[in-house]
Each structure stands twice: as C-alpha cells, then as structure tokens.
Write a protein that binds this ligand. Structure first.
Ligand code: AHR
Length: 675
C-alpha cells in the first residue's frame, strides 16, 4: 500500500517560486549505517581578531585596566594631579596611577575610561567595579565611581555611582557594585579621588555582575550564550595568526595567560596593524581571557578543547620563510616544554605536577580531559616540517595519548598544501588542518573535495577543516546567500565523516565598530549580538549531527543515482543524511543552491516492512531560506534570516517511506524522521 502526502508547508513556502523542470529524487539507505560521526565533527574556532576577546567575549568593560599599554593612558582621560608610577604590586604589570589631592575642594583629580567603543550598560543591571589600591602615606581615602554619558552636560550625565573606602599603605583589592539607571551603549567610567589624601590605584576593572555562569572573571553573557546555543563539538583556540605573532616575541604564550589576572602581562595583538586601513593602535591582549578560561568555556559549552601552540616560528605570511626562529633541538626546547606543560596543565595531577597544581589553584582540580593539540597554525614547507619533526616526537613520547594536529598552510589547493600533506603523513600527524576562505565559485568547484580518495588516502591523518567560510562578492559582508554554499559544502564533509573529523567556520566574532575581517559568524555591538545566516547553518548541522552517515544518492529526472555533486547534470541540489541511533531518528539535509524552487522526493529505503509501518508519520522540517541574497542579521535590529520549523507527514509502503514536495530557492532544509 502506498500513502502519498504532500509537504504542504514546504509548498506554501515555495508557492511563489517558479518551479524548475527537474525532478530530484534523494534516496537514503537506512539498512547499513556507515561511518560514525565524530562528536567533534562541527565546532568553533576562536581567535582574538575583530575585538573578539577584550571588547568582545571577555566580560571586562574597561580598556587598559592595568595602565600597561605602550601609551599608558590609552583609553583614559585624566585631569588633576595624576602621575604614572611603575613599582606596583604586580611584577609583570608594574605600572599604576597615583591620584594626588587637587589642592582645592571643588577641583578633582580624576581618571576616566572609555571602554571599548564606549561601555555598554543595561538599565537596572549591576556592575562589579574593582581595583587594587592603597594610601601610600597611610590612613584612609575615599574614591568615587560614576558611570557617565559624556554627551550631555545636564544632571542626566550620571547613570550610576558607587564608592570605595581605601585604607592603609598595603595594596588591597576593593570592590563596589554600581547599578545603571538606564541602558546606554557608550558610557564612560569615571574614578575620582579624595580631595585631601593621595591614593594609588591599579588594575581598575568593571564587569557585569551577570556574566556567563556568573563568574567574576567571566564572559559577556549574550556572546557566550550564542556559543552555547550552537552546541559545538570542538573549540579551537587561541588562533590563528596570533599564535604565531608578528614576531616570535609577540606570539601567544599560554603560560603568560594563566594565574592571577592582575599579573598576566599584556601582549600586542598582531591584528591592530595588519590592515592599515583598519588600524586599531589600541588593540592589545590583556590575557584576562586566558587558557584556563578557554578550557573552562569549552567545558561549559560541551566542546572538546583544541589548543593551538606555536611551532617555533613567527608568521610566515608576515615574515616570509626566513622567520628567524630556532630550529635546533636546544632552541626548540621551550616550545616542546610549552606543549608538554600545557597537556599537564589540562590533564595532570595537582599533587605531582606544578602546572596541574596551578589549574587546581585557579579553581579546577579536576582535569579538563584534553585530547588534541595543534602545533603550528598556517605554516608551510621545510621550515615548518623541520621544526615539527623535532617537537612532535618529543610530545608524543611524553604524552602519547594526545592526538597531534599539523597544518597544510593557508591555502587548500596550492603547492604548499600539496607538499604539506605528504609531509604530515610522514610525520604521522593524527589530523591535518586545512584552511579555505574562498568565493562561491570555489565552493561550487570543490563540493566533492573529500570524495577524492586518491589524495586523501584511507590510512593516515584525518582532516580538520580548521578555518573556512564562503566569501562572496562586494564587501564580503555576511550575505545570507553565501551561507547556502556553506551548507551545501557541509554535505560533502558529512558524507565523508570517516575522513573529516572536525570542521570549524572562521572567524567566530566581530565587533561592529572594530573589525578587521569579515564575514564572521557572530557580530555584536556593546549591547546586542547578531547571529548570522552562517551561524544558523552551523547550528543546524550541530543540532542535527547524528551518529552515523547513511548512504544517500541523488537522481535527476530518472537519471542514474549518484552521490552529489558528481552527478552529471547536477542542478544545484545537495543532500546528505545521518541516523541518530540513540534517538532513533533519520535526519536528511537538503540544500537548494539555485535561484529556483526545485521539486523534491525523499525516499527512505532499507528498512524492514515492520519498521516502515511503525515509522512516525510526523516529520519535522527546519528551513533556512536565504533567497534574499544580501539579507543580514545585525546587532540591535530584528532578525531577517532565521530557521523556521514546519511539520509534514511522511507516507510509507512496503519498500520505502516517501516525502514529496518542493524546496524553495536558496534554501537549506533539515528533515527529521522519527523511527
Ligand atoms: O581567521 C583569520 C586568519 O585567517 C587567521 O588568523 C589565520 O589563521 C588565517 O589566515
């Protein structure tokens, strides 16, 4: 008996689309679940670019809180008798500020912080102010804190206040809660001194009380929530090029990013001057968001942590192959130590290991269960191979349980790439990191990239697509239309899940007033976040990961069935399917990249008659329509692109369960069928 139902919701959505002539039949074979899908299959890549850390994910609202920027008052206005001092309580951040009495009752000695493009505060919310202070001559003083709107000179200027009483000549930490009486994106934080007593202040800080998981050195809630809502399986950090540094001195050094935040030394951010037309000379890394916080965040959002460490080379892009970096066994010892000590920081026993003890002292005695370590970011050719050949065996010998990830350079098809893979095979990398920021044409041509099993052999390293995004025309904004090609490309990753074990879109974050690179997955201003169409594409894959690949073919107009997109006459419809065994669910993903609605039949085969009879009739369809090619979600504005959920009914006979309908132009749909 054959039941036939129409996907009415789908048809309504497609009603106004001209219908292409081709009949696309997608056949899914549920009999033999194929390759397991790794829990790490879909993930995120974090790098401090576009004000992703300070001024972004990291909840700190004040810039240059320790007065360590090369311009020590960068981000601050000062007035009255303010002096910069350099013998403070934190040896790696020695500068602090002396606020001396103004000499007159009505005059004030004052410092005022601009935040990152202003300080975003929400009416009714509380903010935790803190600083380290002392009265150098002994005795007591009072410091006043105001949140201000400097655009007005009226009594409305203040939007929240507090104070702290400082006592004694010893440095101590003081805190105060300041409540904002209104919502404002561009507040300043003013700190002004006692008119009679000199006070020294250091590490002046302001966080929302409500951070992600309510941690004091925590993450901005809405930004971190956007990560949690994605449900990523792997979290790669801290870069990217910042791992390499502009030179070796400015590489990311994880050991500087752990321990008390007050004593984490400042590092330059290579992204402040890489693009001279997007130059942010006030862009530094406070390391307040450091490796402990990265591991903790990975744990909070349920993702495997994947740190990337320097291989003993500065950025080849910036320096060429002559990176003036050590390449002898002795010279590379500190890079070997960095790897092994990091594994111990994450996994070691606090009773026997100093780095594990530091982790425990920071509040996490249990291990972080680190499994992967990448060595080198976008390195290439012999200078890289030589260094990795020294570092990797040492790390493997010391900590054999960790999977090591090598890189194939910044391009996914050039000679460096082609030389990189055999070298990584020889060095026995467990995974190889590939990067491809490319346009629509490239994605169209490379949809079957991972079907090529001559290049990607059965044995040897698996693939980590560590940085990738479809960059489309014009200013490379987050065009919804480009994200459709990302969804289509991901079908090729999914059906090759035995080969590609991880894929992370990049970059992750951008501040609308301080970006160097776009498109990006999540945008924000000081008050709001925007989840892009690409975000929803990633989320749909992450929420519908499944446990095993199901063989899926596409036949067009009764032609030969074939995995797409190699089918001749492929008209821009892409599909892949998985089964979620514990949930007893078949999940089919279909993407129509064309500008026309396509007719579509999905046949689920390979099930026993009993199973087909028992199949739940209700199918959930989640649909992301990107037909408005340039549509983009922006912070603080209503969303214009987001997934919508429909219900449909599936039919079945003794051979198959069948859905028939149409998929609108430029649309990504996920079909969930309960068994
Ligand atoms: O994601 C931006 C940059 O792109 C990364 O830092 C680098 O790895 C790549 O070149």
């Amino acid at each position: 008996m054959r039941f036939r139902h129409i996907l009415s919701a789908l048809c309504v959505a497609a009603a106004l689309q001209p219908l292409a002539a081709a009949e696309n039949v997608i056949t899914v074979d549920a009999k033999k679940p194929g390759a397991p899908i790794q829990t790490t299959q879909w993930g995120i890549f974090f790098e401090d670019i576009n004000y992703a850390a300070d001024g972004g994910l990291y909840g700190e609202l004040l810039k240059n809180r320790s007065f360590e920027f090369p311009d020590h008052f960068c981000g601050w206005d000062i007035s009255g008798r303010v002096t910069l001092m350099n013998d403070g309580p934190f040896e790696r951040n020695p500068h602090y500020v002396r606020l001396a009495p103004s000499g007159h009752r009505d005059k004030h000695t004052m410092i005022e912080n601009h935040g990152f493009f202003g300080i975003g505060v929400t009416g009714g919310e509380e903010y935790r102010f803190s600083l380290w202070a002392r009265v150098p001559d002994g005795g007591k003083s009072k410091l006043y804190i105001d949140l201000t709107d400097n655009a007005t000179m009226t009594e409305d200027q203040k939007m929240g206040s507090g104070s702290v009483e400082v006592s004694g000549a010893e440095w101590k930490k003081y805190t105060a809660i300041v409540k904002a009486d209104r919502t404002f994106a561009k507040a300043h934080l003013r700190l002004w001194g006692d008119s009679k007593v000199t006070t020294d202040v250091e590490h002046v800080s302001l966080f929302p009380v409500k951070t992600y998981k309510n941690r004091e050195n925590g993450m901005r809630l809405d930004v971190a929530q956007a990560l949690e809502d994605l449900h990523p399986g792997v979290f790669r950090f801290p870069g990217g090029c910042i791992v390499e540094g502009t030179d070796l001195e400015t590489r990311y050094q994880w050991k500087n990013s752990v321990g008390p935040v007050e004593n984490r030394p400042l590092n330059e951010n290579r992204w402040h001057y890489t693009f001279t037309y997007r130059y942010f000379p006030d862009y530094f890394q406070s390391y307040g968001l450091g490796f402990f916080e990265y591991f903790q965040l990975a744990e909070d959002i349920g993702a495997e942590p994947l740190p990337v460490l320097n291989v003993g080379m500065a950025c080849q892009f910036q320096n060429g192959d002559d990176a003036h970096a050590p390449c002898t066994r002795e010279g590379l010892q500190q890079f070997i130590d960095d790897c092994i000590d990091l594994i111990d920081f994450a996994n070691g026993d606090p009773a026997t290991n100093q780095w594990a003890k530091l982790r425990a002292d920071m509040g996490h005695p249990a291990p972080f269960n680190l499994k992967f370590l990448a060595i080198g970011n976008e390195q290439w050719e012999q200078p890289y191979f030589d260094r990795l050949a020294i570092i990797a065996p040492e790390v493997r010998k010391a900590r054999p349980e960790i999977k090591l990830i090598g890189t194939s350079g910044p391009n996914a098809e050039d000679d460096h790439f082609k030389n990189g893979w055999p070298a990584m095979r020889k060095l026995k990398a467990d995974l190889v990191d590939e990067h491809y920021y490319r346009d629509v044409k490239w994605y169209q041509n490379w949809m079957n990239r991972y079907d090529d099993r001559e290049f990607y052999t059965k044995d040897g390293p698996r693939v980590f697509a560590g940085e990738w995004a479809c960059h489309d025309r014009g200013k490379k904004w987050n065009h919804a239309g480009a994200s459709i090609y990302e969804a289509a490309f991901m079908t090729g990753i999914e059906r090759n899940a035995d080969l590609v074990h991880m894929a992370t879109y990049a970059p992750l974050f951008a501040h609308v007033e301080g970006w160097q690179w776009r498109p990006d997955l999540i945008w924000y201003d000081n008050l709001h976040t925007a989840r892009t169409a690409s975000y929803y594409v990633q989320q749909l894959y992450m929420l519908n990961r499944g446990t095993n690949v199901l063989p899926t073919t596409l036949s067009i107009d009764g032609g030969q069935a074939s995995v797409n997109p190699v089918a001749k006459g492929q008209d821009g419809v892409f599909a892949s399917s998985v089964i979620d065994t514990p949930k007893q669910e078949i999940i089919v993903k279909v993407i129509n990249t064309t500008g026309e609605a396509q007719s579509l039949t999905i046949r689920l085969t390979g099930m026993k008659a009993k199973q087909l009879e028992a199949i739940k009739r209700d199918v959930e369809i989640i649909s992301l329509n990107c037909a408005d090619y340039d549509a983009e979600n922006q912070p603080g504005r209503p969303e214009v692109v987001s997934p919508k959920t429909f219900a449909a009914t599936i039919a079945s006979d003794k051979k198959a369960a069948t859905l028939q309908g149409r998929i609108p132009a430029k649309t990504f749909q996920v079909y969930r069928v309960k068994l």
